[in-house]
Design a binder for this molecule. Sequence first.
Ligand code: TYC
Length: 103
Amino acid sequence: MSPERNTNDGVLEETRQKTKKPTLYKVLLLNDDYTTMEFVVQILEGIFHKTPAEAYRIMMQVHTEGRGICGAYNYDVAETKVATTQDLAKQAGFPLQATLEEE
Ligand code: TYC
């Protein structure tokens, strides 16, 4: 931010407006040979709030390229989405892995 000049009782002051950008973390899904496409689409819709079309697109990207981005969130939200994804996968008996990457 550029400095601004303020006069207060004839005293010249300079203030800098600090805007702190929050660090965002990408949540990535990783491909494997055992998790069903349907389950991955369900995760993308249910946990990452993707539309059915977007969920299918991301799932296919992970399937063909090995990994894909589900979204970017602050640390706590990203970490919770990774944990929830892995818990649901484990409960369903799938080895689906999710991970975090700083943006
Ligand atoms: N490769 C899986 C299959 O062919 C589908 C899949 C897609 C698995 C995305 C994981 O993150 C994933 N059944």
